[in-house]
Design a binder for this molecule. Structure first.
Ligand SMILES: [Zn+2]
Length: 404
């Protein structure tokens, strides 16, 4: 538990710390509960909560009587006091969401990505237009929108806020997304790797801090693994941490673009799974990634034997990769999400759970726990919005960025 300080110089930190406790509580907290949890004096706490109320972030929601003495007044989050936009740039579909201060989605739009020959100006312009119209259509006061978070596959230049050459997003190579989108929308903008955004999003809803040490598997057009160690998302030195695609799990498996056989990224590809099943009904691995995934999940739902066998084998290989990472970092919890996971997770979960628990490769002294994403298919877009909430509203020893 983080403790507050009664020194005036760290008032801003206290404000964020108290806000964090209030927003994570189900029904609100009283000032005496807050004093107990933060170690702040009654006077400091009264100043802090007054400032939060003046900024519109919290409100009094009623009184509770417990034991003798005065009834306690509960303070709770005002969810519609602030909003943040999240953009997930994905090869299959771009998703834009607006979330409130509680992280709940209040508006959402999807758009088919532009053709690979679109200019950077067109790409950014259309995303910017999507963000603007979502804010207008949802009738949100613009001054309450804190900013835009963008999540994209790596590699990217974190310092410059620019995508480098992500293989899955050819049209976006070299585009300075952060500054150009900020210019297009007039809003502060952050850019992070997709799996890092996913970690921040899941942790925003993690009231009990159970995910302080955890990994977050993103299974979509690509496969990524976000990491959190001691409560902080792992960015790595350049912001590009979280690639597991080229861990070899099946040396006799399909050829990967890197030249190796049986990398976990290629083993989990929808097209590869369809080709592996080799039944006439699968129609081979033709079509784009989205239609392949749709066909794969439809056949799995029908109980197609070849597809079920392919998923069984893929789940076993995925367990090997996850356990290897867990052996390295001892994180103990795996959160599972992403668009492909949303479609195939029902089939993959039991296989993965079985092999993660029983594989001889594991060196962990406790079982590794799997759990579904709290957010679901939009975990990365919501996570991108949570990057902004986190930057603006979370207790750190650095400055608080609330604009109001
Ligand atoms: Zn590879």
């Amino acid at each position: 538990m983080q403790r507050g300080s009664n020194l005036p110089a760290v008032g801003v930190y206290n404000q964020a710390l108290v806000f964090d406790l209030i927003r994570r509580s189900d029904e609100g907290l009283s000032r005496s509960e807050l004093a107990e949890r933060t170690g702040l004096s009654t006077q400091t706490l009264s100043n802090v909560t007054r400032r939060l109320a003046n900024e519109g972030l919290i409100e009094e929601v009623g009184k509770v009587i417990s034991g003798p003495g005065k009834p306690r007044t509960l303070l709770a989050l005002r969810p519609h006091s602030r909003f943040a936009v999240g953009v997930h740039l994905d090869p299959a579909v771009d998703t834009i969401v607006v979330v409130d201060a509680a992280g709940e989605v209040v508006a959402r739009a999807e758009r088919v990505p532009d053709a690979p020959d679109a200019s950077p100006g067109e790409l950014v312009g259309r995303i910017g237009e999507g963000v603007r119209s979502l804010i207008v259509d949802a009738d949100l006061p613009r001054d309450l929108v804190l900013g835009v978070g963008v999540a994209a596959p790596g590699p990217f230049d974190r310092e410059a806020g620019r995508l480098l050459d992500p293989p899955l997003l050819p049209a976006w190579h070299g585009v300075a997304v952060r500054d150009e989108l900020s210019r297009a929308t007039g809003l502060p903008t952050l850019l992070e790797k997709d799996v890092v955004a996913t970690v921040v999003g899941e942790q925003w809803f993690d009231a009990e801090h159970e995910l302080a040490d955890a990994m977050f598997l993103y299974y979509g057009a690509g496969l990524g693994l976000g990491l959190s160690v001691s409560g902080a998302p792992v960015h790595g030195r350049t912001g590009n941490a979280g690639n597991i695609a080229h861990i070899v799990v099946d040396p006799d498996g399909p050829l990967c673009e890197c030249g190796s056989h049986g990398c976990i990224g290629v083993v989990m590809e929808a097209g590869v799974l369809l080709a592996q099943a080799e039944t006439p009904s699968t129609g081979g691995a033709s079509g784009d990634a989205t239609s392949q995934l749709e066909r794969l999940s439809a056949l799995a739902a029908e109980g197609d034997r070849g597809i079920l066998a392919a998923l069984e084998s893929a789940g076993r290989h995925l367990a090997t990769a996850i356990v290897e990472v867990n052996n390295l970092l001892d994180l103990g919890i795996v959160v599972l999400g992403g668009p492909a996971w949303s479609r195939l997770g029902d089939r993959l979960f039991p296989v993965l759970d079985h092999w993660v628990r029983t594989t001889a490769v594991s060196t962990s002294t406790e079982p590794v726990h799997l759990r579904q994403s709290r957010i679901g298919a939009d975990s990365t877009a919501v996570g991108a919005a949570c990057l902004v909430l986190d930057e603006a509203l979370t207790a750190r020893t650095s400055q608080l960025m609330i604009r109001g």
